[in-house]
Structure formats: C-alpha cells, structure tokens
Design a protein. Structure first.
Length: 215
C-alpha cells in the first residue's frame, strides 16, 4: 500500500475562508482535501498532511520568516516520512504576494525546483525517489481584506495553470490544474471552502491510481 505526502500551504492545512483578519480557523481532518483523499483511497494507504500557512515554493518571506520557504524545508519532510511513494506538491499561491515580486513563470519554475529536489533525494529504506504529482492552485477570486497583500496577484494567478503544466511536462511528472476543479472562495478570494476541499480531494483521488497502480 502507498504512503503519500501532501506538501502545501494553507489550503492543504485546511484554512477556513475568513471575511477579515483574525486567528486562522481550520476544517476538520475529514473535511480537508488530504483527508478526503485518504477516505477515497481506503484502508491501507497512509496520507500525510504537510500544510503550512504562508508556505512558498522557494522563497524566504521577509515578513513571515525563512521557515515559509518550501524548498528549504522539503528535504526534512522527505527524510522524516521515508519511504514515500508519492509526493503531492500544491504550492504557488503565497508566491503571488506583492512583496515577493514573482511572475507566474517564476512561480512555476520554483515548483520545478521542488520536483528536482524530490527527484534527487534517495531516502532509505527502499532507496528510490517518490513519484510526484504537481497541482497548480486555483486562480484567486475577488480579493477582500487580502487585496493589499496580493496586489496584482489575480492576473498572475490566471497564468499559473499553463505555466505549471509546462514545468510538469518538462520533468515528466503528473499534473492537475486545481482551477479546472474548484474555485477560490469569494469570502477572502484565496482559500477553498468546505465543498472546494471535498472536490479537490475527490479529483486527486481519481488521479492517484494512474500514478500508483494498485492504489
């Protein structure tokens, strides 16, 4: 049976869309998309959630901290949970922040660095790198209280699907454009609501057996 790691940001953590700045709220384990994936795959599969609010593909955040850098932290995750059969990468939304000055192409290339890192790390005990599924985040919806932080991000987010598809093709890994499955909540324009979490989990569950036969 398969061990699957879901490596992402607040939408993998399960952040509830909020109408204003307040302490984060979180969907229950069964409601989050990795939990839906776990339920759909059934007993015997291990689905590990590694979601961090504010995580980027490959950048230190000058406000939120260097620990938000997904590339720096990935080796720790891979070695901690080895052996891993499938690494699901769903990052890129936080790279859209105005202060990080990343184009859609740059963000996709940052995701490519994560794939490269995962492919280069051979972790015991089975001594092989995991398969990878790259998920492009859904485009931003109308921004409310996060509009300043993500100024200019909506237009760039519309290009992420095609740019990340390019990166996945270049590296011959599986790809899902979340924007073809779900939309960001109008409450804050960034996060998935409960239905969005469920729909994404179901979509990923449909893809996993094509990557891991027998899953």
């Amino acid at each position: 049976m398969a061990t699957i790691v879901c490596y992402g940001d607040s939408n993998t953590w399960g952040a509830v869309p909020l109408p204003e700045r307040m302490l984060p709220e979180r969907f229950s384990p069964a409601e989050r998309w990795p939990g839906v994936l776990r339920d759909k795959l059934g007993a015997g599969h291990t689905v590990i959630e590694e979601g961090l609010n504010g995580r980027t593909t490959c950048l230190d955040d000058p406000i939120e901290g260097v620990h938000k850098n997904g590339l720096k932290h990935l080796p720790v995750i891979l070695e901690s949970h080895a052996p891993i059969d499938l690494l699901i990468i769903k990052l890129g939304t936080n790279d859209l922040k105005y202060r990080l000055s990343m184009s859609a192409g740059d963000i996709a290339d940052g995701a490519g660095l994560l794939i490269d890192k995962a492919s280069s790390l051979v972790c015991p005990p089975h001594g092989r790198a995991p398969a990878v599924l790259l998920i492009s985040p859904a485009p931003l919806a109308r921004l409310t209280w996060l509009a300043g932080m993500f100024e200019g991000g909506t237009e760039k987010s519309l290009k992420l699907g095609s740019e990340m598809a390019r990166v996945a093709k270049e590296r011959d890994v599986a790809f899902l454009d979340a924007g073809t499955v779900v939309t960001s909540s109008p409450v804050d324009g960034i996060h998935l609501d409960r239905d969005g979490q469920r729909m994404l989990g179901e979509a990923v569950a449909a893809i996993v057996p094509t990557i891991l036969p027998g899953a």
